[in-house]
Design a protein around this ligand. Structure first.
Ligand code: SAH
Length: 345
């Protein structure tokens, strides 16, 4: 078998590819469903797939790698039950996931890459650039490991951890399909949200591939010039094109976009910025999520005060733009994107 030599991870295969593997092994077609179900439950080795015959387990173990995620570190917030996990991947790289309790259900924030190539000036994840993409199964296993560790149900996932999901579109899309698959987790696309720094082709493709899923766009500034100063991605995809893509997304999906806006003291947080933002988003089906910037060591930017954030939200609301100041969950446990990993490098 070709894959035998490559020692590719068994979980790196799509369901169609698995079907092909079992066909070539002369196994009945239902083996594929059995194996897929085990993987969606986060099984740690082929040996644990107890409804497979021993000879098949041996053959699969010989032919395929089967990596797992180790919990390297776990932090639990004393104030709100937020739990942050640092995972070690099979090659020793590390990624983070965060478990949060919201009124509408428990939510997991998952990573899509090790590091990030986008270079947003305020973000800890991108300081050392992108190390590598995550495989779809490495996203799935963040989910299954969090479930096993917390013992609590999870109703929503957000791809807002380390990495830019649309810079790893293929694996992210495989992962979302596996989460939705009734043989997998069976989660509704409506409960999945992908967050992007503004990769326009990704937004447009996503609107066609996952019209029921949620989209969050990290805006952080209301003019091209100010956005470019903190988000290099604005060079490739200027604000005007980004807003156009968001409008196309809404036309196609009828879904409300969440715009993320990190308030940076003295940079993007005064009333004039709020008015400019309201003007930019006028008439759009959207919601603005405001969050005072989380402090990151090595980055000399400070978050706005809670009062400033509330005033900013009020200005937006007065102009007809729905806005909320996000509850700052887990601020006692390095909850800002990419911080836990950096602090343990
Ligand atoms: N790459 C994607 C998703 C990962 S970042 C994106 O950019 O949307 C998740 C969110 O956290 C983004 O809105 C990002 O801009 C924001 N973020 C990063 N560093 C932050 C910090 N120090 N304080 C507050 N928000 C931050």
């Amino acid at each position: 078998m070709k894959s035998c030599n490559a020692m590719k991870d068994l979980k790196d295969h799509t369901r169609e590819e698995l079907r092909e593997i079992f066909r070539s092994l002369g196994e009945p077609a239902y083996r594929e469903q059995q194996v897929f179900r085990w993987m969606a439950r986060g099984v740690e080795s082929v040996g644990d797939m107890t409804d497979l015959p021993a000879r098949l387990r041996d053959a699969l173990s010989e032919c395929f790698a089967f990596g797992t995620l180790e919990v390297e570190r776990e932090q639990v917030s004393k104030s709100d039950g937020t739990r942050k996990f640092l995972f070690r991947l099979p090659d020793g790289q590390k990624v983070e996931a965060v478990f949060m309790k919201y009124s509408y259900g428990n939510t997991l924030c998952l990573s899509t890459q090790v590091g990030c190539a986008m270079g947003c000036r305020f973000c800890a994840s991108g300081i050392d650039g992108k190390i590598r993409d995550l495989a779809a199964w490495e996203m799935l296993y963040q989910y299954t490991a969090c479930l096993a560790k917390t013992g609590e149900p999870v109703s929503h996932i957000v791809l807002m951890g380390m990495g830019e999901p649309f810079d790893n579109y293929g694996e992210v899309s495989k992962f979302l399909h596996a989460m939705h698959d009734p043989d997998g987790i069976g989660m509704s696309y409506r409960n999945m949200t992908v967050s992007t720094c503004g990769l326009v082709p990704g937004i447009l493709q996503f609107s066609l591939d996952f019209p029921q899923a949620g989209l969050a766009v990290s805006l952080h500034a209301a003019s091209q010039e100010e956005r470019l100063a903190i988000m290099p991605v604005a060079q490739a995809w200027p604000l005007e094109e980004l807003i156009e893509a968001c409008k196309t997304y809404t036309e196609r999906t009828r879904r409300r976009i969440t715009f993320e806006y990190a308030l940076i003291s003295g940079a993007n947080d005064d009333d004039a910025h709020a008015l400019q933002l309201a003007e930019l988003l006028k008439g759009m089906l959207c919601h603005v999520n405001l969050i005072p910037l989380n402090p990151v060591s090595d980055i000399a930017l400070a978050g706005s005060s809670r009062d400033r954030a509330v005033r900013f939200a009020e200005t937006l609301e007065r102009k007809g733009i729905p806005a909320t100041v996000r509850r700052q969950l887990g601020s006692d446990i390095d909850a800002a994107c990419g911080q836990l990993r950096r602090n343990t490098l």
